[in-house]
Design a protein around this ligand. Structure first.
Ligand SMILES: CC/C=C\C/C=C\C/C=C\C/C=C\C/C=C\C/C=C\CCC(=O)SCCNC(=O)CCNC(=O)[C@H](O)C(C)(C)COP(=O)(O)OP(=O)(O)OC[C@H]1O[C@@H](n2cnc3c(N)ncnc32)[C@H](O)[C@@H]1OP(=O)(O)O
Ligand SMILES: CCCCCCCCCCCCCCCCCC(=O)OC[C@@H](O)COP(=O)(O)O
Length: 377
């Protein structure tokens, strides 16, 4: 292990990264709250401000991936589509198998200049995660309860609000609805069988309603669907804790641009289209497993310095007062003050650990885990 790698694996370094993230995140959340009155006066300006404020938070996680862990992200795509990425609104359909797939998605958003405005159809539980969830509230992220009866109107309404969004955005949709586990896979394949659909090896059966409602409500707003399939080299199982430890991974992303006009308007036809798309995605994963690459030319965008610059800015701003505070604390000699400060540090690190836990598959939800009564055709 090299010296730099040893440094990266030190708990103190990780503590500093988490402290900067936590302190700057709460400051940004507060600034976002301060933009509330502006929404009534100049909504578009409030949105633009929030895009930049959100960038301050999400780009720190991107910096951890790109600059701290040195993880490489390779893009396989058609060079003709490449020039459109970042210059139009798009719906991104991504497989949901890895704990850091959202972070790899964010990395590509950063490289194409849409990180601050990127959106997702997220489960409601994530709205309550401090910093990220609160930041999302001001970014007009679309939340769902994964109960169609309740979601059908709320999701459509939230999507309609994006029709006059002033910045280009990518709207991420994990059509599988939950992360891949062997049990969820087995149950969803029973559903596939009951519907007479071919079995998938690497994906759960996609839920089609969210996709249909998104396409219908973003017609005229988004230009295309970016069908994206992600995998990691050498059968790696990447984690956020691994990233914080400075572990380097290598992600490969295969993206196909599909103009929105090619997607059927009728709900049943749109569902069938999505099922076919997932069968194709499954074949790309099979190709990856067999050959170690995706079928397509590599056109990788380089990482940009902005996420690192943002992180250095917040570090300079927040580490100096922390150092002063520590010196004062030690020189005060008060046992009570030291014990209270240690308790605050402990509570903060437990909070961060809980947030990291939100990304862990073995702490995931039970959605898709319940056997459903099947009507065999
Ligand atoms: C150039 C570079 C390109 C790309 C870069 C990549 C990405 C970057 C882009 C953007 C980044 C932005 C942000 C990223 C940051 C963070 C993201 C973080 C995480 C958030 C992710 C989540 O929270 S995922 C969970 C929430 N989302 C979803 O669930 C979406 C999918 N779900 C749906 O669409 C659902 O339909 C629903 C949620 C709208 C409604 O849920 P409900 O449960 O009510 O579903 P259904 O009505 O669909 O279910 C009933 C039907 O499903 C059948 N069924 C039953 N059991 C199963 C089963 N186990 N598997 C499959 N199907 C099942 C059942 O038979 C019913 O069938 P019908 O025929 O009646 O439909
Ligand atoms: C600079 C770096 C500092 C890092 C330290 C702080 C880390 C804080 C991390 C907060 C992350 C919170 C946002 C998480 C997004 C999680 C995405 C995700 O994968 O959600 C799962 C859902 O899709 C499906 O849920 P399940 O049904 O599988 O259950």
């Amino acid at each position: 292990m090299g010296l730099l790698q040893l440094l990266k694996s030190q708990f103190l370094c990780q503590l500093i990264i988490c402290y900067v993230f936590l302190a700057s995140g709460l400051i940004v959340n507060l600034l976002q709250l301060c933009t509330s009155p502006l929404w009534l006066i100049n909504k578009q300006l409030a949105r633009r401000l929030n895009v930049r404020l959100a960038y301050c938070i999400s780009s720190q996680m991107v910096a951890a991936l790109e600059w701290w862990s040195g993880t490489e992200c390779t893009l396989y795509t058609d060079p003709k589509s490449y020039s459109l990425y970042g210059n139009e609104n798009a719906i991104v359909v991504l497989n949901h198998m890895f704990e850091i797939d959202f972070l790899c998605g964010w990395t590509f958003c950063e490289r194409f200049g849409v990180l601050g405005s990127s959106k997702v159809l997220a489960k409601k539980e994530l709205a309550y995660v401090p910093i990220i969830g609160w930041m999302w509230y001001f970014l007009e992220i679309v939340f769902c309860k994964r109960k169609w009866e309740e979601d059908r109107t709320t999701v459509a309404q939230s999507l309609q609000r994006l029709q006059d969004y002033p910045e280009n955005f990518w709207f991420l949709l994990y059509c599988e609805g939950t992360r891949f586990t062997p049990k969820k896979h087995q149950i969803s394949m029973q559903v596939a069988e009951s519907k007479g659909l071919p079995k998938l090896k690497y994906h759960l059966l996609p839920r089609t309603k969210g996709f249909w409602v998104t396409v219908q409500n973003l017609r005229g707003t988004a230009a295309a669907v970016y069908d994206s399939t992600l995998n990691f080299r050498n059968n790696e199982v990447p984690t956020l804790l691994g990233i914080l430890n400075g572990k380097k991974y290598h992600a490969d992303l295969y993206v196909r641009r599909i103009p929105l006009e090619l997607i059927p308007e009728d709900e049943a036809e749109c569902a069938a289209w999505l099922h076919k798309l997932y069968q194709e995605k499954d074949s790309f994963q099979e190709h990856y497993t067999e050959t170690g690459c995706f079928p397509g030319p590599i056109v990788s965008p380089a990482r940009r310095p902005w996420s690192l610059i943002n992180w250095l800015f917040w570090s300079c701003l927040l580490l100096y007062p922390l150092a002063l505070l520590l010196i004062q604390l030690i020189s005060s000699g008060s046992v009570l003050t030291i014990v209270v400060s240690a308790a605050i540090c402990y509570a903060a690190s437990a909070g961060v650990r809980w947030m990291i836990g939100q990304t862990e598959i073995n702490r995931g939800s039970n959605y898709g885990n319940k056997e459903v009564p099947l009507n065999k055709n």
